[in-house]
Design a protein around this ligand. Sequence first.
Ligand SMILES: NC(=O)c1ccc[n+]([C@@H]2O[C@H](COP(=O)([O-])OP(=O)(O)OC[C@H]3O[C@@H](n4cnc5c(N)ncnc54)[C@H](OP(=O)(O)O)[C@@H]3O)[C@@H](O)[C@H]2O)c1
Length: 274
Amino acid sequence: MSSAPSSRPTALVTGATAGLGAAYARSLAGRGFDLVVVARDVARLETTAATLRSEFGVEVEVLAADLSDRAALERVAERVASTRAPVDVLVNNAGFGLRQRFYDGVPADHERMFDVLCRAVMVLSRAATGAMVPRGRGWVLNVGSVAGLVPGGGHYSAAKAYVIVLTETLAGELRGTGVKATVVEPGYVRTEFHARSGMTSGGSSSLSSRIWLDIDDVVDASLDDLFAGRPVSVPTKRWKAVSTVLDVLPRGLVSRVWNGMPSGARRRHPTSGQ
Ligand SMILES: NC(=O)c1ccc[n+]([C@@H]2O[C@H](COP(=O)([O-])OP(=O)(O)OC[C@H]3O[C@@H](n4cnc5c(N)ncnc54)[C@H](OP(=O)(O)O)[C@@H]3O)[C@@H](O)[C@H]2O)c1
């Protein structure tokens, strides 16, 4: 970590009980951070906190919150903006996919997706940077996705595109303040995400094994990019190449190719599954 704080700093991670969020919490604890862990399942939060305390000797605060609930989100925003117990690193990680089309999907599910993937990221990024800038230091890592570069991965892609543009905009605004913002754009990672969304997580073909990322590679590369002040992090060379191609191809072409894929192929490796 190139410019990490020297005394015991605090990191708040949303969705810290499973998948990428649990790995971010472990990695940050290993780097000497106290933690605030956020998710809905209280029992799982308590278990996560106890494990981190005993393995890493750090302090861990449990903050149970459903980020789609405005009052609960406000409590998390207040914790993020606290001047009494400052949060030095915010990781906006909580998220989920939906195996539904937008036009005939369940409206309440799509609103919940918007609230967790977009609104919570916006509210917490604002609360964090508003408190960090006067202190002249702080780091915000927003978890986007390569899916955010694809016009065709449903509402999930649209939500992740929002996270990407918001974070890049924020990183520009923060230049010279001592505060950094980074968006990480992972490809496929095996977590609980796909099962929770009713998707398969790929077979064991060689293509399949090449596209899946190691969770610790994603976490370590993105934290290194965050502390180095890089606004965009795309872990692994292979996925960097994919993201570069998606960036330069005409959007209409990407959309046509994606939407022309057989639905079975999309279900096996749904873009909305990233
Ligand atoms: N896995 C992939 O292939 C992949 C690829 C690219 C990007 N991502 C992104 O990575 C992030 C983490 O996903 P993951 O793969 O690690 O998923 P995961 O294993 O399913 O973990 C999701 C975490 O988010 C929490 N969460 C879900 N809904 C929440 C809500 N309403 N309020 C508060 N916490 C909530 C869950 O805990 P509770 O259920 O207890 O709330 C859990 O801790 C997401 O933003 C996802 O979009 C994933």
